[in-house]
Every structure is written in C-alpha cells, then in structure tokens.
Design a protein around this ligand. Structure first.
Ligand code: ATP
Length: 347
C-alpha cells in the first residue's frame, strides 16, 4: 500500500471530534475520493494527511514510513506529497512557469525552469508559461496548480475540491484531463469532494463520510448500487426505501407486489432500490399483488425521464428512458427490475 491512514481521530474543541476512527489505504496509481456533505470532516482528514494539521490519535504512513502519529509529525514540505487546493493558491506576482519552478528545490537552479516548462506542456499549459495567474482562466489556473503539484514527482497528490470553481462544462473536461495526467504519471491521488457525480466519475474507489466517520468504502459501482447504509443510499443519488419485518425471507410484500431482496434477511430491515431499477407500465391484466399507481409528476431530462408515482399511499421515484411516455394522472403499475439492497440497520 502506498498510503495508510489508520484510525485517525481529530478534535478542535475538547470532546467534539470532527474525525473519528477514519481508516483507509490507497494503492500505487489509485485515485481515491473522500465524499461527504459539508462539515463531515473530509478536509480535516486531508489536512492531517498533508501534515498541515496534527492528529490526536492514529497514524498516517506513506510507503511504510510514519508521517503522523501521536509522537511523530513530519512537516508538510518534507512529506513528498503534492497538494492542489480549491483556490489553486498560485503566487499572484509570479508567472505560471515560476509558480511551477518554485517548488523544484531538489534540482539545480539552471534545470528548474526547463523542467517546469516540460511539466506545463504535459498539462497543456506550455503556451501560457509567461502569463501571471490573473491573466489565466479558472481552468488554466487549475492546470498550472496541478503542474506545480506534480512537478516534484510526488507519489501522492492531494486534491481539495479542485474543480469547484469551474463551470459545469469546464469541470467535466478538466476532471478527465487531470485523471489522465495522474494515471499517465503513475501517481496516486486523494480527492476531497461533496459532489457525488465527481467522485463517481473521477475515483477508482470512494470512501463515503458522514459525521466524521467513514460509512462505506468501495468502487463507484459498489457504493452506488450496493449502499451499506441509509445515509450512503440517500447521499449518492435518489432512492426508494422500504421498511419491513421479515422472517428469514428473500423478498418482501410491498405496494409494488413482491419485491426481491439481494440477500436473505431477518428481523426489522430497510432496503433501497434505485429509481432506474424500477419501471412503469400500463396496468394490463393481472397485477400480481401490486397496487395501481398514479403519475403525480414528471421531469423530462432529454435522455431520460423521472416519474413521481403515488401508489398505496406512498411515493416512488422511477427513472425510465425517454421512450416510456406517460402523463400526470395516468394510471400505471410500478415494476422492480432488480432486487432491492438490504441496508445495515444501525442508523
Ligand atoms: P466542506 O466540504 O464544507 O469543506 P468538510 O467535510 O471538508 O466540509 P471540515 O472542513 O473537515 O469538513 O470540517 C469539519 C468540522 O470541523 C466542521 O464542523 C468545521 O467547522 C470544523 N473545523 C474545521 N477546521 C477547524 C478549525 N481550524 N478550528 C475549529 N473547527 C474546525
């Protein structure tokens, strides 16, 4: 493992922990995201890894070397880690080239600018090397900040909401470019974001954080399609939740008829099914135990449609492709296409 974060704890005020037992590891050339709502402790975790913040307990190791523990604290500039901050933090009075050359203190002076230019070219900014940050767009500043972070060839780069200042179109293209630059350079990265789509499309694995704790770690597909908790299910997109009391069963009886579960369950359970794992049909023939529903709202989004359906006194959200056309007040039946995922019932 390249980076190991072992049960770190951090409080700023006595008895109010903001990071509680956070543990994860990052492999070589892996992009890892810390995803969670504002204030859940993502940035504090990143700042502990960077060394800008000391921890109260736990350990941070890079390449088996302890960087932070109760007794050890290696200074940020000595950790061999690159950082890209939300506001890019470029020196305003320096050119793009000088910003990148600034950190190359391991190279002899005459080589610094040559190498800095090479890295700027790699991030597509070679032609802008003489411009100051004020003469660059947000996306261009972002790429200079990335060039500055990767120029000393760190094994690990920390990215704190680096795309949040860019507009939607630029955010997507810059994100793809940054991902491919990191992958080509063989670097690992930890990205902090509150944007689900960003984490799902940028990271190889995601840790979903809530209230200072990690609730689930997994690939984007795992955390999206197999959420472990109610929080993860709801934070990663819209979902339909069902509660039931079951006796070693692999399906539950709902307004939609018999709903299959992804595993055998016992006791009081909550399960989740994503809107795209439901579909709607005209109520023809036998309903097989499902109740008729009424379309109460429709959101047309071009490539797909979201329907809000009332059925048996409950509301369900259904995403269909744009060929399944119904109007508000139409009678429908809602059909599950996949089993519902049983959640850990601790919250
Ligand atoms: P955001 O997405 O809004 O940046 P976050 O998940 O990154 O949120 P943190 O910045 O880690 O969250 O903050 C976690 C909690 O710690 C918040 O309640 C915040 O107010 C508190 N906090 C962060 N830094 C300090 C500090 N230096 N002193 C006191 N409290 C702090």
């Amino acid at each position: 493992m390249l980076l190991e974060v072992k049960n770190i704890e951090k409080s700023f005020e006595k008895d109010i922990p903001v990071v509680q037992g956070v543990a994860f590891s990052v492999r070589e050339n892996e992009i890892f995201a810390l995803l969670g709502p504002s204030g859940c402790g993502k940035t504090t975790t990143l700042r502990v890894i960077s060394g800008f913040e000391k921890l109260d307990s736990g350990e941070v190791l890079l390449d088996n070397k302890v960087l932070s523990s109760v007794d050890t604290h290696v200074a940020p500039q000595k950790r061999g880690i690159g950082f890209v901050f939300q506001d890019y933090a470029l020196f305003p009075h320096m050119s793009a080239l000088d910003n990148v050359a600034f950190g190359l203190t391991d190279l002899p002076k005459f080589k610094r600018k040559v190498f800095a230019e090479e890295v700027l070219c790699r991030t597509g900014m070679g032609n802008f090397k003489d411009r100051s940050p004020a003469e660059l767009s947000g996306g261009q500043q972002q790429r200079v900040a990335l060039a500055r972070a990767i120029a000393p060839e760190p094994k690990l780069v920390l990215l704190d909401e680096p795309f949040s200042n860019l507009d939607a179109m630029l955010r997507e293209t810059t994100r793809n470019e940054v991902r491919s630059i990191l992958k080509k350079a063989g670097m690992s990265a930890v990205l902090v974001t509150h944007d689900q789509e960003e984490a799902l499309s940028f990271a190889d694995r995601i840790a979903v954080m809530n209230n200072g704790k990690i609730e689930q770690i997994g690939t984007p597909e795992e955390v999206y399609y197999k959420p472990k908790t109610r929080f993860v299910a709801q934070f990663l997109g819209r979902t339909n939740l069902f509660e039931a009391d079951v006796d070693h069963a692999d399906c539950i009886h709902t307004n939609l008829g018999c709903l299959k579960l992804n595993c055998r369950a016992h006791g009081q359970i909550t399960c989740s099914i994503r809107p795209e794992h439901l579909t709607i049909e005209k109520p023809n023939g036998s309903l097989n135990g499902s109740k008729k529903g009424i379309i109460i709202a429709r959101e047309f989004k071009g490539h797909d449609i979201t329907y809000h359906v009332e059925c048996g006194g409950e509301r369900y959200i259904v995403h269909t492709d744009n060929r399944i056309l119904f109007e508000p007040n139409d009678e429908v039946v809602v059909k599950p296409l996949e089993p519902a995922v049983v959640l850990d019932n601790f919250n």
